[in-house]
Design a protein around this ligand. Structure first.
Ligand code: ATP
Ligand code: MG
Length: 450
């Protein structure tokens, strides 16, 4: 259900008064606000007056049929879900209805549970879509950092505060959480913004080269040093140096960095003359530095020097609806880049993206969306377009979280519905006698869940 006091509104359309009444009573018991209509014309009249969330319509009705209603809702009420009910014989028209925009179909006869489940799923999809649209409406990111969740607003607040100071910052977070993006935002919002931002990946530069890369070297300092060359610290003078993967530096390098932090001076390799530099340092790591300190793999004094302001980036999974914002952002960005217009992601595909665990965080999300947008030949991304490991994760999860009883219950109800409730046929398919089937059905009825 939605927010308290705001019942979701369902319109049921069926020419048969008794069917209308049964469905109405069932759904009222679940707390929905129900409206009914006995023809498509009546239904349209209701919709013109009341903002309906979900329409459940019969397909076969005298006069204008349910398919026309599906088309009408699809064209005129984009913010309303529609579900069709179909008799055993007309699955084909139900499929047609789904193709032109119905969310789902229920084949007669259906159980109360099946009805509740379909209704709940349709309304969940609607609420997810509404959320995405609302998020789209009023959102301007700070320096391209997308995030509106409480946890990210807090991070962004700290980014603003950090930008107002000269203090050293340490940014921690799993890989792909946006550490470099945050470092840039601090720099470009600070007084230093017109001076350089120089990123250095400490993990990617071999130990023996790191010192000369960082501090520069004098001509003749080592074989091959044919001329005096400035290092990253001189290049960044007046600006910010971003020491990425700081945990990968050796203990002896850490001593040198500590000295820079303390004295604001560097020694070029091969020189004993200290040189003043005006640098702000921002460091980042995906490791737990304190743990490394305890293991004596990271110097404690350097840790405390760096840790004046600490910004911790949450994993993507912890950012709630930011995921939807980010999906939107990347879809737009890459559609535009690829010269494609407004690519959309189907509700089912979106559900899978929401369920997925995102071990590679925003970077993984960005890469996947980019690939999907570039590869698609249509303007809609479907479940089948998603990488197989994501689809597999979800299927595995949903089918492997059920108890044996639940699977049995679902299967029995399934068989019953395909045999049109014929218990003799059903028990034959199930390989049990009628009496056992009856007992099982009684048990199912007693443990009713929805
Ligand atoms: N909140 C965000 N909003 C928009 N884009 C983001 C956000 N966070 C990360 N990104 C994008 O995701 C990608 C990865 O971000 P970034 O390189 O800053 O992460 P990282 O934490 O440094 O990753 P790694 O540990 O792998 O180096 C970049 O393309 C970045 O622009
Ligand atoms: Mg990085």
């Amino acid at each position: 259900m939605g927010a308290i006091g705001k019942k979701q509104k369902i319109l049921i359309v069926d020419d048969a008064q008794d069917t209308l009444e049964v469905i109405r009573r069932n759904l009222v018991s679940k707390g929905y606000e129900i409206h009914t209509a006995q023809s498509v014309n009546q239904a349209i009249e209701v919709m013109n007056n009341i903002r309906i969330d979900l329409v459940i319509t019969d397909l076969k009705m005298p006069g204008v049929g349910g398919i026309e209603l599906v088309r009408f809702v699809e064209e005129n009420y984009k913010d309303t879900e529609i579900m069709v009910i179909t008799g055993y014989a007309s699955i084909e028209s139900a499929v047609k209805a789904v193709k032109i925009g119905a969310e789902d179909y229920l084949a007669k006869p259906f159980t109360d549970e099946e009805l509740f489940l379909s209704v709940r799923q349709a309304l969940e999809k609607l609420s997810m879509r509404r959320k995405v649209n609302n998020l789209k409406a009023d959102y301007t990111p700070l320096n391209g950092i997308i995030g509106n969740s409480e946890i990210m607003l807090n991070v962004l607040n700290n980014v603003r505060k950090a930008a107002m100071t000269q203090a050293t910052v340490i940014i921690t977070g799993e890989s792909g959480t946006g550490k470099e993006l945050i470092a840039r935002a601090i720099h470009y919002n600070s007084q230093r913004s017109s001076s350089p931002f120089v990123p250095v990946n400490c993990g990617a530069i071999p130990e023996e080269l790191l010192e000369s890369e960082l501090f520069g070297y004098m001509k003749g300092a080592f074989t091959g040093a044919k001329e005096t060359r400035a290092g990253f610290f001189q290049t960044a003078d007046g600006g910010t140096i971003f020491l990425d993967e700081i945990a990968e530096t050796s203990l002896s390098m850490q001593v040198k960095l500590l000295r820079v932090l303390q004295d604001k001076e560097i020694y070029m390799v091969g020189s004993r003359v200290p040189r003043k530099v005006d640098i702000r340092i921002i460091a980042a790591t995906n490791k737990d530095l304190l743990k490394l300190v305890k293991k004596e793999m990271f110097r404690e004094d350097l840790f405390y020097r760096l840790n004046v302001i600490s910004i911790e980036l949450p994993a993507l999974k912890e950012r709630g609806d930011d995921l939807l914002l980010l999906i939107n952002f990347f879809v737009k960005k890459y559609s535009k880049e690829a010269g494609k217009e407004s690519i959309v992601i189907s509700d089912n595909a979106l559900t899978i993206l929401k369920e997925y665990s995102w071990p590679g965080n925003v970077r993984e999300l960005e890469n996947i969306i980019q690939r999907l947008v570039v590869m698609t030949d249509t303007d809609k991304i479907e479940v089948t377009d998603l990488p197989i490991h994501m689809r597999y994760c979800l299927e595995f999860k949903s089918s492997c979280e059920k108890t044996l009883k639940e699977v049995e219950r679902e299967y029995i109800l399934n068989v019953l519905s395909t045999t049109n409730n014929n218990k003799t046929k059903a028990s034959r398919i199930l390989g049990i006698d009628r009496k056992t089937l009856k007992e099982k059905l009684k048990e199912i009825d007693e443990n009713k869940i929805d």
